[in-house]
Design a protein around this ligand. Sequence first.
Ligand SMILES: Cc1cc2nc3c(=O)[nH]c(=O)nc-3n(C[C@H](O)[C@H](O)[C@H](O)COP(=O)(O)OP(=O)(O)OC[C@H]3O[C@@H](n4cnc5c(N)ncnc54)[C@H](O)[C@@H]3O)c2cc1C
Length: 333
Amino acid sequence: MLLYDFDYERAGGIEDAVARLASLGREARAIAGGTDLLPNMRSAVAGPSVLVGLGGIEPEPPVRLPDGSIRIDALTRLADLVDAPLVAAHAPLVAAAAHAVGGNQIRQMGTLGGNLCQEARCLQYNQCHDYQFVAGCYKRGGDCCYAFPQNKPGVCWAVHMSDVAPALIALDARLDVVGEQGARRLTVEALYTGDGMRPLALAGADLIRAVILPPPPPRAGWGFHKATVRGGLEFGMAVMAARLVLGADGTCAEARIALGAVRERPVRAESAERLLAGAAPDEGLLARAAAEAARAASPLPHHGFSKRGLTDAIRVHLKRTLAAALERARAAG
Ligand SMILES: Cc1cc2nc3c(=O)[nH]c(=O)nc-3n(C[C@H](O)[C@H](O)[C@H](O)COP(=O)(O)OP(=O)(O)OC[C@H]3O[C@@H](n4cnc5c(N)ncnc54)[C@H](O)[C@@H]3O)c2cc1C
């Protein structure tokens, strides 16, 4: 489908963008790199009549704040995030996750904020839009679900595919959000509603201004894996990010595990984290934690992958991801 005509307003700064979005109302949408929004407009998944452009706002480079946390501007292009020396040195998990997104062209245009706020995906909803010319699905205002015909009216199981969100959740990052009522902080987990119809807990004029990574604890190690069929320019089958923190005695003081591309939102694997916390980690424990995470995630079948296949992929790859995190944590100690 051809892209329809729309108006465009170039914002002079984030606060200006918020003010424009607030005064334009529901017809307007912010656009950063446009790599998610424009294809969605072409396939009539989104239909704003005005775009408020963030592309003219120069992002501030990542900085270390006085308390040791790191502030990353939400308008930072993913390619710049991958290359930022501060991020590589202090948050390599974020750099690895940003590098996993799409291909180089997508990373040159796509931004951190846009990655977190991308639309959830479903083979029928986003891609095979031929169907949708016959009758729209619930998410397009219609009265059926092609992917899960047994779904109750209004229930959408489109999957959130951000590669970066699981990494930020594993690092316990916070978002600096600006809206009509001013600025507020929220966790990355709180950004997501878990409702495929409306995946983000943001009001119409809300924009993410920055991501704040807390200071990394000592003896911490990270792991990241994006399971894909081809390993190239591809959305993930399942995405996993983990951070393990070891105590002075080598036991696991803290575990944070997050999974992406499994449900309508990125999910924390809290029951698996509890298995690890306080225990002496060995191969058997990592395998049990990975199996528990896969079970608890209960992944939605998506993009042709079965629930069983996705569960197995998480179980196998998460064990390796945890092993990588443990090795790094031991090396850091
Ligand atoms: C071929 C292809 C492959 C892709 N592969 C991947 C992949 O492997 N992994 C992956 O995660 N994504 C992938 N994407 C999705 C997308 O390109 C990226 O997630 C990208 O980071 C989106 O950023 P953007 O700046 O282009 O977002 P935009 O398209 O500009 O915006 C996306 C949404 O976020 C909102 N938004 C943008 N900035 C902000 C902000 N600061 N605050 C609040 N809302 C905001 C917009 O209003 C819009 O609704 C792919 C896309 C394509 C076309």
